[in-house]
Structures are given as C-alpha cells and as structure tokens.
Design a binder for this molecule. Structure first.
Ligand code: MN
Length: 129
C-alpha cells in the first residue's frame, strides 16, 4: 500500500511538526528541503500526496507545482500547498499552478491531518485493504 507523503519544506520546525502529526496517524513521511530535491523525490517515490511549502529558496512552490504538473505520472498525486500566505490572490495562484488544495500556516495540530486526508485520492484507503 502507498501511505507515503512527501513534504517539501525548508523550515525544520514546520517539517518536524507535520511529520510528527502524520506519522502518529500511520503515514510514512519523506522530506525534501528544496524544490529541486522535492521534484526528484516525487518522481522517484510516487508518493500518495505532496505537501508543498510555497516559500522555498531558489525555486518557489509555484514553480515546483508547475513543473510537477508537466509529468503525466504525477496526474493522480495531489499537491497540497502549505503556506503562511493568506491572501486570496496567492491561493488562486497556487491552485492555478497545479495545486489540488491549500492549507494555511500556522498548522493547527487538531485539524491538520484531517485536512490532509480530505485532499487524498478518494480510493486511497481502499488500496490499503
Ligand atoms: Mn518555507
């Protein structure tokens, strides 16, 4: 079964918080701290979904999402933007770049995992059985 989530995030504290919450619920978490490495890991590991920080060094989340969308094998891998940008225009921009959904920082530990699950492919839990 594929229960692996890829987190592309350059902030260590945010990464550890997300990883902790997701692993507690049984997900396997892999991480990349920049966009280029994240794209390579996505193509190599074909994760269940990708959590994508927008503010990344060199290559930002918009560019990462746009590049991932050029790969057909990523079509069924949701990209969930995780960002402190809260403006409406930013939300539209990341969705236009190819993200499936959007979660705002700071992360709420009470709701974070259920928000992520909302964006997973509808049949993901069936694949576990
Ligand atoms: Mn960042």
């Amino acid at each position: 079964m594929n229960n692996t989530l890829l987190i592309i995030e350059d902030n260590e504290q945010n990464f550890y918080m997300m990883r902790f919450l997701l692993e507690k619920k049984g997900f396997t978490v892999i991480g990349a701290e920049n966009g280029r490495e994240g794209i390579e890991m996505a193509l190599h590991n074909k994760p269940l979904a990708i959590l994508l920080d927008i503010q990344l060094p060199e290559m930002d989340g918009y560019a990462v999402a746009a590049e991932l969308k050029q790969h057909d094998e990523m079509d069924d891998v949701p990209i969930i933007a995780v960002t402190s940008y809260a403006m409406v225009g930013d939300r539209e921009r990341i969705l236009a770049a190819g993200a499936t959904g959007y979660i705002e920082k700071p992360i709420d530990p009470e709701t974070f995992v259920s928000e992520i699950i909302e964006y997973l492919p509808r049949d993901w839990s069936d694949k576990e059985k």
